[in-house]
Design a protein around this ligand. Structure first.
Ligand code: NAD
Ligand code: TYD
Length: 351
């Protein structure tokens, strides 16, 4: 039996990996990628699947109720995988309302359109909401986030994602909308916009530009290969229990500065630079406001209930990631021109 799946935010970093995986692995499904193509959306991410028979693209904003209604009708959508979002913490600090608009109102709008279109016929329907571990707040030295950790978001980004998660659960409890949610740790891999730590630093090392480390570089993140996130999304979409939440993580915690030193070492080797050359670019800058100290995920529920586990070790994934950015100069050039330059100069006060 075929399925008509609406994937929102499919032109972004994680969304493009999810779209690619579903288009390739499920020829019986019809995949509709809905994306408004903000600075972070890039159809170049999907060149390899754009002419597949089971793929369509719709440029639309999740805030646009009438467009959403007509897309649900046109494609007879019976499942949603919702990734469209404003996703960068630093941008949320300088422009919080954009995050309220897309992440909170946009998600509520999408839920409402799905509910109205599906009506009482909820068999074989699914609304899968993709969220982040940042909704749980910040950890001290010990402990991991589980699915029952109380929400404690601390940045405008995480507050907007937490709010969207609450709306998704409210639609499950109030209207029986068949939902499932996952909260994932930091992703890394190809096609990530170079404002996030890893692609930004690869780009800067390549171009011998400073590496702006916030604070003392002691904050800790739990890094997951983006293709492993896509495989977890596939597993949860097909096997996850309705109304449930699944945490996704790689059991792979790194202090920022240690990760940056590893990145510098790998880049020195790949670029035939002398050992230690890239690390000289490290520059400590003013800390991010409200910078969460540590995120770390307990993904045991996903492993024990649905049998998912990550496929790749961090050093191998990081090495592959660097290779991809070094081999895809043109992609980087396209996404680092124009608007992005302006943002970069403002963020790091380079005007
Ligand atoms: P991204 O910024 O790379 O992509 C977001 C996509 O959404 C872009 O293609 C953008 O054009 C689109 N979009 C933004 N606003 C829209 C709107 N109003 N209407 C339609 N499309 C819109 O983000 P990402 O890193 O791929 O993250 C995808 C999802 O995964 C987000 O919901 C994010 O919160 C979540 N997440 C990300 C990470 C991570 O490490 N990147 C970790 C856990 C969860
Ligand atoms: P980021 O990739 O923005 O992800 P998130 O804030 O969602 O975890 O940042 C990862 C870590 O790297 C975070 O602790 C902030 C830090 N960081 C820097 O030190 N310098 C930078 O220029 C950036 C973008 C991030």
């Amino acid at each position: 039996m075929g399925k008509n799946i609406l994937i929102t935010g499919g032109a972004g970093f994680i969304g493009s990996h999810v779209v690619r995986r579903f288009v390739r692995n499920y020829p019986d499904y019809k995949i509709v990628n809905l994306d408004s193509l903000t600075y972070a959306g890039n159809l170049e991410n999907l060149k390899d699947v754009e002419s597949a028979d089971n793929y369509s693209f719709e440029r639309a904003d999740i805030l646009d109720t009438e467009r959403l209604k007509s897309i649900f009708q046109e494609y007879k959508i019976d499942a949603v995988i919702h990734l469209a979002a404003e996703s960068h913490v630093d941008r949320s600090i300088s422009d919080p309302l954009a995050f309220v608009q897309t992440n909170v109102l946009g998600t509520a709008n999408l839920l409402n359109v799905a509910k109205a279109y599906w009506g009482d016929d909820l068999s074989d329907k699914k609304f899968y909401h993709i969220s982040t571990d940042e909704v749980y707040g910040s950890l001290g030295e010990e402990g991991l986030f589980t699915e029952t950790t109380a929400y404690d978001p601390r940045s405008p980004y995480s507050a907007s994602k937490a709010s969207s998660d609450h709306f998704v659960r409210a639609y499950w409890h109030t209207y029986n909308l068949p939902v499932v949610i996952s909260n994932c740790s930091n992703n890394y891999g190809s096609h990530q916009f170079p404002e996030k730590l890893i692609p930004l630093f690869i780009h800067n090392i390549r171009n011998k530009k400073d590496l702006p480390v916030y604070g003392k570089g002691e904050n800790i993140r739990d890094w997951l290969w983006v293709e492993d996130h896509a495989s977890a999304i596939d597993t949860i979409f097909h096997k996850g229990r309705l109304g449930e939440t699944y945490n996704i993580g790689g059991l792979n915690e790194w202090k920022n500065i240690d990760l940056i030193h590893l990145l510098c070492k790998l880049m020195d080797e790949k670029l035939d630079r002398k050992a230690g050359e890239s690390a000289e670019l490290i520059t400590y800058v003013k800390d991010r406001a409200g910078h969460d100290m540590r995120y770390a995920i307990d993904a045991d529920k996903l492993a024990s209930e649905l049998g998912w586990k990550p496929s790749i070790q961090f050093e191998e994934g990081l090495s592959k990631t660097i290779d991809w950015y070094l081999e895809n100069d043109e992609w980087l050039e396209h996404v680092t021109s124009g608007e992005y330059q302006k943002y970069y100069e403002q963020q790091y006060d380079l005007r």
